[in-house]
Design a protein around this ligand. Structure first.
Ligand code: GLC
Length: 755
């Protein structure tokens, strides 16, 4: 008996010791596991919010117009974000109501589309991509953020990284072009520049990757139109840049307007949940596009606002931009037990997390006392640098460029020679044309004392059909040593809902060039546009062609520097340049098909009464062949470069191995210049057909005259892998080609095998 009593006592003591030890460990663990203080704050705030207040956070309103209505709704806790307020006093007024008069004092997140600059305007993103310089794109993003956050805006809807292969689509201007890798590199750079190193820094501007996904694939290049994409197209092309910016910490995403394969992107959980949230583990704020949730009714995908709100929330979209679907339907859906309040909490948590990370609870107001950073000298200098590097020299016959400083007279002709508004390009709300320096102004400033400048705008704008000034323009051209002809498209012809079925020069611009040609003088054509324009007829008429996109505030000084050789052009095309609109879609990373064309005949090469089968059955146009006017990655310089001695580290590699590819490059001309050295691969045979070329890397290489440098690239197994239609990411054995090249149509080629 005594023994049993002693045993029980020992057992109880042992148990007590165990429980004490376990409790201690638990407490220690709890203290040592760093519980994110922001998540704790969110938990606390959520626990105090009513359902209506939670849904209020999911509502983004536009500031234009109904000021008092917005104030009231902010006070009632029914607004989470306000779009398009950039007057710091107004913005602070809104914020004061939110912080001091609403029940819980949750700050408003102010947003604005700032696609390529706030006040200092940089080249349109397509032009920025043409610079192939991520450091400069990042710097432009940083300046943009500094200027925008100075008025209290802390969220912008950039980068737009929709792969764009169709110049009929007005929004190609906002994109980083047709290539997944280049778009990924530039998208990451823009995110890094906009957000900086720490979202809580007052100059940090939360970025937004848009439009998720496949918006650039709409049929016919028509905005908001239908897109049909296979899984391998979606994965191997359109998702690539979005995955890159997701991994790079882009603070938010925006869903697209259009449908893919019958389902609108603003209600498609297989995209925004299965891929973005679950596969990529992206748990940050996703906002719809402007009323794109409600528009699912117009799509014929939802019968009413309730169903649209349900599908939007179920797709993992946290905030409804201007659609009022969430604000009008979610409450009832919860009350009717059609959706769980926990789904609302998940969305609101992401919204509050961004606000906490931005430091808005501690620092909600715009500092109206600070010195304005707008148009700071160093901002304008960076804008000029990026504009200079974005401009692509596409033709330079007889080395007519750079112009010699001893030239006596130049004719400056055309509607875009002095168009301060249009030079800024699309999606410019806050840039002021008074600050734009046009090419005419830059030439006058730099050369009026040395060179006679015979200027005549001739056409008042790009669509002008009035030829009454042609005679005078021709007179000025005859009186000049060289003609600088500035043409292209006004900014309003580019951007959202600005699609064109005919992408030739608008108005009488082509006719004016024909008139100027009569002067018998060298012609340098400078194009400002938001897309590649059809210039197949005009190209033979000119001696040199500079493609300046819409180059922004400092486009004039940039063009002047290039024209007179103070800088050598280094821009390279971020999109394939079609001969004519009928070739579209035409892009470099196309499939080989079963009948690739081999030097097809031109229309006029076809013999009269040619026998039925004499032309060969290949994939090309009788009247346009299969080649573009200029290939992706193409651009000339004021020097020449020679590529030699391609070397591969191995002829055969295991699936786990890297391969190194290198060559030497010499500047064989007489001016210092920068070459964009591009690395392409082709997977010759695979279980899903692969493109004839894919850009995998590039380097900027500056070389002095006569200088030679070795460039080297490493290719990883991941870079050689691809997605199939069954959602598998594969690296298959077989033969590969590899190029180190100046563009997507040339280069030194080698081959290797994956075992
Ligand atoms: C527009 C655009 C989107 C933009 C948003 C807010 O319709 O599609 O890119 O960010 O609305 O202006």
């Amino acid at each position: 008996m005594l023994g049993r009593m002693i045993n029980r006592k020992i057992t109880n003591m042992y148990l007590r010791t165990l429980i004490t030890a376990f409790t201690f460990i638990l407490l220690f663990t709890a203290c040592s596991v760093n519980i994110d203080p922001i998540e704790e704050k969110i938990d606390d705030l959520l626990s105090r919010m009513t359902l209506e207040e939670k849904i209020g956070q999911m509502n983004q309103l536009n500031s234009e117009g109904t000021f008092d209505d917005i104030l009231l709704r902010i006070k009632e806790g029914k607004v989470g974000s306000v779009l398009n307020e950039v007057d710091p006093k107004m913005l602070n007024r809104f914020q004061e109501v939110a912080m001091k008069e609403s029940r819980l004092g949750i700050p408003i997140l102010f947003a604005r589309d700032i696609i390529h600059g706030f006040k200092t305007i940089f080249p349109i993103p397509l032009g920025q991509a043409a610079a192939w310089n991520p450091d400069l794109v990042e710097a432009a993003g940083r300046i943009t953020a500094i200027e925008a956050t100075s008025v209290g805006v802390r969220w912008t809807f950039a980068p737009m990284i929709d792969i764009s292969r169709d110049p009929r689509w007005g929004r190609i201007a906002e994109s980083m072009g047709e290539d997944p890798y280049l778009s990924a590199v530039m998208g990451k750079a823009m995110v890094k520049g906009l957000q900086g190193n720490d979202l809580s820094d007052p100059t940090s501007l939360a970025a937004c990757a848009k439009h998720f996904v496949g918006y650039g694939a709409t049929e016919g290049g028509r905005d908001y139109n239908t897109a049909i994409l296979s899984n391998e197209q979606l994965r191997n092309t359109y998702l690539i840049p979005f995955k890159a910016v997701s991994d790079a910490g882009c603070a938010t995403f925006m869903t697209a307007f259009q449908e893919i394969n019958g389902i609108p992107c603003s209600g498609n959980p297989s995209l925004t949940k299965a891929i973005l949230r679950d596969e990529w583990n992206y748990n940050e704020l996703v906002v719809s596009d402007w009323s794109s949730i409600s528009e699912m009714i117009v799509h014929g995908y939802c019968r009413d606002t309730c169903q649209a709100a349900d599908k939007g929330l179920n797709a993992g979209i946290d905030m409804d931009m201007m659609g009022e679907a969430y604000s009008s339907a979610l409450c009832q859906l919860v009350r009717d037990n059609k959706i769980e309040e926990s789904a609302i909490d998940t969305a609101v948590r992401r919204i509050l997390r961004l606000k906490y990370r931005l430091g808005l609870f501690e620092n909600p107001y715009a500092d109206t006392t600070a010195v304005s950073p707008f148009y700071a000298k160093e901002h304008l200098e960076k804008a000029k640098e990026l504009a200079t590097q974005s401009i692509v020299l596409l033709k330079n016959e007889g080395q007519v460029l750079p112009l010699r400083e001893n030239i006596k007279s130049i004719a400056v002709i055309g509607s875009l020679a002095n168009a301060p508004h249009d030079q800024m390009g699309t999606w410019v709300f806050d840039g002021e044309k008074e600050h734009t320096i046009t090419p005419f102004q830059a030439l006058i400033t730099d050369y009026r004392d040395k060179i006679q400048i015979n200027y005549l705008k001739t056409l008042t704008h790009s669509r002008d059909e009035d030829k009454s000034g042609f005679g005078e323009a021709l007179t000025k051209a005859k009186a000049s040593d060289v003609i600088l002809y500035f043409c292209g498209e006004e900014s309003i012809l580019s951007g959202e809902a600005r699609c064109r079925a005919d992408i030739s020069l608008p108005g009488a611009q082509s006719a004016l060039l024909t008139e100027l040609k009569k002067a018998g003088k060298p012609i340098v054509m400078v194009v400002m546009a938001g897309r590649p324009l059809e210039i197949d007829k005009e190209l033979p008429m000119v001696d040199a062609l500079l493609y300046a996109w819409h180059p922004g505030t400092m486009g004039g000084p940039a063009i002047a520097d290039l024209l007179f050789g103070r800088k050598a052009p280094s821009g390279r095309l971020p999109v394939t340049y079609p001969k004519m609109v009928g070739q579209i879609p035409i892009y470099y990373n196309h499939k080989n098909t079963g009948r690739p064309p081999l030097n097809p005949p031109g229309m006029n090469d076809i013999p009269i009464e040619a026998p039925q089968m004499s032309l060969g059955n290949k994939s090309y146009y009788l009247d346009a062949g299969d080649k573009p006017l200029f290939p992706f990655g193409f651009g000339l310089s004021y020097t020449t470069f020679e590529y030699k001695d391609l070397k591969l580290s191995k002829d055969e590699i295991e699936k786990t191995e890297f391969i190194t590819v290198s060559c030497s490059i010499t500047n064989t001309g007489n001016v210092e210049a920068t070459e964009i050295v591009q690395l392409y691969v082709q997977d010759l045979v695979a279980s899903v057909t692969r493109p004839v070329r894919e850009l995998k890397d590039f380097q900027r290489l500056s070389l002095k005259p006569g200088e030679t440098k070795e460039v080297s690239f490493n290719l990883s197994p991941t870079q050689l892998s691809f997605w199939n239609n069954d959602n598998q990411f594969l690296l298959e054995s077989g033969d590969f080609k590899v190029w180190i090249a100046p563009n997507s149509a040339e280069g030194l080629m080698g081959g290797f095998k994956i075992k």
